[in-house]
Design a binder for this molecule. Structure first.
Ligand code: ZN
Length: 150
């Protein structure tokens, strides 16, 4: 598993250096802020829908490498997904990085999100990795109060 973890580390570093969809969206259908006070991660997420599908996800803000990479990968993975598929990925991702679900059983379904499997071994990093997902999930379900991990 060590080689795979190194590879995943590369994915995280690369997305941190060159985050995808890192921009403000004009006229989003949903937007929400998320904070992780423990680490200082702070992002705003924007969603645009095309019927039941997520047409575009973008974000801006700042934080550690894990949170930024997680937001970047999430934004690319969710494009074109239905609301139900996004909910399923939210459950899967948060389940795996919190250690409640087994990553090996769900590797196919995880796809690119597998880069974050190793986060489960670092409890202080779990909130960094899940903050984007909790914020997106809140926006998807019409929450209008910002999300905080505390
Ligand atoms: Zn962080």
């Amino acid at each position: 598993m060590d080689d795979i973890r190194d590879l995943y580390q590369e994915v995280i570093l690369d997305h941190n250096r060159h985050p995808h969809n890192f921009r403000k969206m004009e006229h989003p259908d949903a937007t929400l802020e998320g904070f992780n006070p423990l680490c200082g991660d702070h992002y705003t997420f924007y969603l645009r829908f095309d019927g039941d599908r997520i047409d575009e996800v973008s974000f801006e803000g700042s934080g550690c490498a894990i949170s930024k990479a997680s937001a970047s990968v999430m934004s690319s993975v969710l494009k074109g997904k239905t609301r139900d598929e996004a909910d399923r990925l939210f459950t899967l991702f948060t389940g795996i990085v919190t250690g409640k679900m087994d990553a090996v059983e769900h590797l196919d379904e995880l796809g690119k999100l597998a880069a974050f499997v190793g986060v489960a071994d670092y409890p202080v990093r779990v909130k960094c990795a899940t903050l984007p997902w909790h914020t997106m999930h809140g926006a998807l379900h019409g929450k209008d109060e910002s999300i905080t991990t505390e």
